[in-house]
Design a protein around this ligand. Structure first.
Ligand SMILES: Nc1ncnc2c1ncn2[C@@H]1O[C@H](COP(=O)(O)OP(=O)(O)OP(=O)(O)O)[C@@H](O)[C@H]1O
Ligand SMILES: [Mg+2]
Ligand SMILES: [Zn+2]
Length: 466
């Protein structure tokens, strides 16, 4: 069975509010309180605090880090087993350029969904709301927003606004008062910092954890020591209030983890798979109902599959299928230039025609006005822009006679557009698209087929106006 992680993101636009301290120590407490639960931590910051804390062996010039992960490396290739049994992904100083590549807001959710990581993933973010932070926010089952004072509380509104803009449920978001100095007391209703912050938070409609984290000189000292290491609260500040506060927060988180049946990663993955299978179904549906023969030479395509270089579709989608490249070129050569295979200039002209047709969409729209019926022939780019227009006489078409030169065209029009009693369907036309003869069916895949649908619409619009 595919595994999905429960993701916790620590975020605040304000610097120095205790994000990294919370992220790293939370990882350690989670692991300590539930040994068999895999915990993985990563940071989008370039402080290397995570590395200093969890690295067992100094890394060489290994590039298996967060940067590699964001560029698509598999999670198992970049996660290292670290101190205290916590898995970590080494930090990177190279994340600046990622901002441009990381266009979609759900890219990280997708990566986590497909990562195969299980247990808990903790993401420490930079003090800003750049695209990476946004990705981490949307990927999270829980977002913890440390606030230490009024300015950091004010800043929260940007995170809440992001969720509103995208219409994402804000129930994952919760504030946590941090760096609370319990010596500071106020007179009146709000007797201390945490009560004041919580009251303001609730007043603004923000959810706030019941727990808070006190400011402690002991905790502050954990990253300043002769070894240049950063020590955990669990092992080096057990006597502090902060230790029991972390226990409290960790219990709270574990309760949510246990109560969560489907994580964001799991839900997103299911949605992706459903989307894929819908795509596959539409592809299969498109494969069905294709003409069995090349409508120009009449041969069965199952027997002559080579050289299927064009796909055609009528305006009403009633007829669709592939045409041989040679058949299409021959037809255009005689229809547009009055050349047939006995003409001298034929070979050269045919090459030129084939080359042009292979780079443009050909529109064939018959205009039936009795004896002087005409073909409105146009070429369009794949952006739907009209490149060329030519009117071609169609002598004898109406009376069903073949004139030797336009036979192939007449065959194609009749086969593709004939309706009741052999008359062409009123106002119908067909467009012919160049495709890769090595894999003509690729044109029916979702992405490519969208282009065709767009061009068909452009053509219809163009025909209405001119
Ligand atoms: N509970 C605490 N008591 C005392 N000092 C603390 C506490 N938590 C964190 N600190 C100290 O506050 C400073 C900032 O903490 P930290 O690096 O965790 O914040 P941050 O929000 O990650 O900062 P940045 O935005 O720069 O990444 C550090 O020096 C840290 O040691
Ligand atoms: Mg930090
Ligand atoms: Zn053919």
């Amino acid at each position: 069975m595919h595994a999905y992680p429960y993701t916790i993101t620590i975020s605040s636009e304000k610097g120095g509010v205790g994000k990294t301290t919370l992220a790293t120590n939370l990882a350690i407490y989670l692991k300590a309180m539930r040994e068999d639960l895999p915990v993985t931590i990563l940071s989008f910051d370039n402080h290397f605090t995570i590395d200093k804390m969890f690295e067992i062996k100094k890394r060489g010039d290994d590039t298996a880090d967060v940067h590699a992960l964001l560029l698509g490396a598999a999670a198992r290739e970049v996660v290292q087993t670290g101190q205290y049994g916590v898995g970590f992904i080494p930090s990177s100083t190279e994340l600046g350029d990622i901002n441009e590549r990381f266009k979609g807001p759900m890219t990280l959710t997708r990566m986590l969904a497909e990562s195969g990581l299980s247990g808990i993933v903790i993401i420490d973010t930079r003090p800003d709301l750049n695209i990476l932070t946004q990705n981490a926010l949307y990927a999270a089952d829980r977002v913890l927003i440390p606030v230490k004072d009024m300015p950091s509380l004010e800043n929260c509104k940007n995170i809440f606004a992001l969720f509103d803009q995208r219409g994402i449920d804000k129930k994952s978001l919760a504030l946590i008062p941090c760096l609370i100095d319990s010596r500071i007391k106020f007179d009146g209703l709000f007797k201390d910092q945490k009560t004041l912050l919580r009251a303001f938070a609730v007043n603004r409609g923000y959810r706030c954890l019941d727990t808070y984290i006190s400011k402690s000189p002991k905790v502050e000292s954990l990253n300043t020591n002769p070894d240049g290491k950063i020590y955990p609260i669990l092992t080096h500040a057990r006597g502090t209030e902060v230790h029991s506060q972390f226990m409290e927060i960790t219990r709270d988180i574990l309760r949510s983890v246990d109560a969560t049946r489907e994580t964001r990663a799991c839900l997103f993955h299911r949605w992706l798979l459903e989307k894929e299978s819908r795509k596959k179904e539409s592809y299969l549906a498109r494969l069905e109902g294709l003409a069995e023969r090349c409508l120009i030479c009449g041969s069965l395509l199952a027997e002559t599959p080579h050289g299927r270089s064009f796909y055609f579709e009528t305006s009403d989608r009633a007829a669709r299928g592939f045409l041989h490249g040679d058949c299409m070129s021959d037809m255009l050569c005689s229809t547009l230039y009055g050349l047939n295979s006995s003409s001298q200039a034929y070979t050269a002209a045919r090459l030129a025609v084939a080359d042009k047709a292979a780079r443009a969409v050909s529109l064939l729209a018959p205009r039936l006005t009795g004896a002087d019926s005409q073909l409105d022939y146009r070429q369009f780019s794949l952006n739907g822009e009209q490149l060329l227009r030519k009117n071609v006489e169609m002598p004898g078409f109406d009376s069903g006679e073949f004139d030797g030169l336009n036979d192939k065209l007449y065959l194609l029009l009749n086969e593709a557009l004939a309706g009741f009693e052999g008359k062409l369907r009123e106002g119908s036309w067909l467009a012919v698209y160049p495709v890769d003869p090595a894999n003509p069916e690729a044109v029916l895949h979702e992405e490519y087929y969208k282009t065709i649908q767009k061009v068909q619409q452009c053509i219809a619009r163009e025909l209405e106006t001119t």
